[in-house]
Unconditional design. Sequence first.
Length: 325
Amino acid sequence: MTGDFFLTNWFLEAMRWIYSLTCSISASGFGNVFLTILISTILLRALTIFSDIKTRKSSAKMAEVQPEIQRLQKKYANDPRRFQAEQTKLMKEKGVSMWGSCLPMLITMPLFFCFIAAFRYWGYEMNLRLLVDENAMELFKSFKFLWINNIWQPDNGLAPVLANGASFLATPNLSNLLYLQEPGVGEKLVEMGLAVTKVYQGGVSYQLLSNDAAIAIYDAAIQPFLDVYKGYNNGWFIMSILAGGTNFLSAWLMTKNTPAANEEAAKSTKWMNYLFPIMSFIFCLNYNAAFAIYWTLTSVIMIIVNLILNKKFPRTAPVKEDANK
C-alpha cells in the first residue's frame, strides 16, 4: 500500500491485531469481524471525546457573544469590511472559534476517506485468503452478518456475493497488499497461476495477474463459495441507508445546540449536514459492508454523545438587546 496515508495503514494494522485476538478466543478459530469493528470504533471515539467537549464549550461561548455580534452588525451595517474586522477581533478576545460548528465535520471528512481505504484493503486481503486458506469454506461462512452474505462486499441488492475475476484482479495496486508478503501466500498464488514472482535487490515481490487465464482460474476457485448462496445477491441496501441516516441525525444533533458565528458559517454547516450523509450512503453502496457497519456504529455512538453534550451544554436562549443601547 505504498503512498497511502499513515493513518490508513495504522488503522488497518490495529484492526487486524484486534481481529487476531478474536481469532484466538473463538471456538471456531475464525475472528469476529463485527466485534473487531465495534471495539475499534469505541476506542477511536474515546480518543475524540475530549475534542467534542472542547467544541461544545466553544459553542457555549459563542452563544454568549451573540448579542455583541448583533450590535456590531447594526453599528457597521453599511461597512461590511469593518464589521468583519471587529467581529474577528471580538471572537479572538473571547477565545471563540468562528467555525466551531463546521470544524468537527472538516476533521471527520479526511478520516472518512482514510477508513474507506483501510476497510477496502482489508476486504481485498480477506478475499485473497479464500484462495490460500486451508479452511477457506469455514472462513467464508464466517463472513456472513445478519442479512449480509459477505461482509466484505457491499450491502447492495445488486452486488454479487463475491466479485468475479475480471473485476477483482483488475483492482489498482492490488499487488501492493502487505498480505502477499506473508509466508506462503505469494508462493501459493504463483502455484495457482494467479501471480508471478518479481525478483529485486534485497528480496522478492508478487505480481497478481489479470489476463484471461488468471481470470478463468480465479472464477473457478471462487465458484464453490458462490454456490453456497446460489441465486442470491449480497444484501438489501439496509446498512447503506442506516449509514446515511444515522450520519445525518448525528450531524443534526451536533449542530442543533451549536450557534453559527455568522450567516456564511450557518450556510456552510447546513450544506455539509446534507452533503456528508448523502456521500456516506453512496460510498456504502459501493464499498464493503464492513465499512458501512463501522460508519453506522460511529454515527450511533456520536448520536449518544451529542444527546449527552446537548443536555450538558444547552443552547443559550438569545439575549434581547437593550433598546436604549
